[in-house]
Design a binder for this molecule. Structure first.
Ligand code: ZN
Length: 282
């Protein structure tokens, strides 16, 4: 056993004895390489891990990766393929590029900061910015988000909204491998208002959720071969543009239930056993 594996094993033993979730979070972040073997997404989007991850090349056709220093650019190969496809489409349609933020850590698992999903290599954050010019290394490492929602007033910041965002979200939602796309409820309202054709099926996949006011969060379905991957139920039938969307408005009970401060207090779950093995594999 080499020093690295010994450290990981010691860390795991500590984790099992101490059992502190925050410690588990940093463990996932301490491993810089994917595990060997075939690609398998394990567990739930918000409580799982990823075996045999693939790194997204940091600068590809039609996209760039943000904050690569965080090592969150690993994913299931189906996710990597999807991002590369979307990048090519964006370059072709808009002569612009995507800014790709968090996917997953080299072995998936929980981030110590930020959101609780992105654990199985099937989630990816894409910023709502479509620059024509390549971002410089410093901008990529410390990028500036541009919110399209006035959070206090609960309304769209029109000067920051770009019509191309509608096309981008629709383009992504229409892909078969996409299960859900999360955006701020105000953004979903804008998408609902903008869709003038009778094709509203794609809006079913676009789900309102707090945060997500400067990026969209795309979630892919469990890929073939990932038998341990826990899928979510399908979103409710319909485009979700009516009563459901209204229920997110701040004056309703939904806001009380799902405000960000309440979310932060949710308990962290024990990850599947296979994930504990991934932490000690060389
Ligand atoms: Zn996300």
């Amino acid at each position: 056993m080499n020093v690295n594996s010994l450290c990981q094993l010691t860390s795991l033993l500590l984790l099992l004895v101490v059992g502190l979730p925050s410690y588990a979070s940093s463990l996932w972040e301490s491993i810089a390489t994917p595990s060997k073997g075939g690609p398998v997404a394990i567990g739930a989007y918000n409580n799982g891990c990823l075996s045999g991850a693939v790194a997204l090349p940091l600068n590809g056709q039609g996209y760039q990766v943000l904050r690569s220093q965080k090592l969150r650019y690993f994913g299931h190969p189906s996710t990597i393929k999807f991002i590369e496809y979307l990048g090519r489409e964006v370059e072709g349609y808009f002569q612009s590029r995507l800014l790709v933020a968090d996917i997953s850590l080299p072995r998936g698992g929980r981030f110590s900061t930020g959101h609780s999903s992105h654990q199985t290599g099937l989630d990816v954050d894409i910023w709502l910015r479509l620059p024509k010019k390549e971002l410089l290394p410093q901008e990529l490492n410390q990028p500036s988000p541009i919110s399209v929602v006035d959070l206090k007033q609960y309304r769209l910041v029109k000067k920051n909204w770009d019509k191309r965002y509608f096309d981008l979200v629709k383009m992504a939602a229409q892909q078969l491998e996409v299960a859900r796309i999360f955006v701020h409820p105000v953004i979903k309202e804008q998408l609902c208002l903008t869709e003038s054709s009778s094709d509203r099926l794609w809006l079913r996949k676009v789900r309102p959720w707090w945060g997500h006011h400067y990026h969209m969060h795309i979630r892919l379905r469990c890929p073939e071969g990932s038998t341990e991957c826990r899928a979510q139920k399908l979103p409710p039938v319909g485009d979700g543009c009516g009563a459901e969307l209204l229920s997110w408005r701040p004056q309703t009970k939904a806001f009380q239930k799902e405000s960000p401060s309440t979310k932060a207090k949710r308990k962290i779950k024990v990850p599947p056993k296979q994930c504990q093995q991934l932490l000690v594999e060389g």
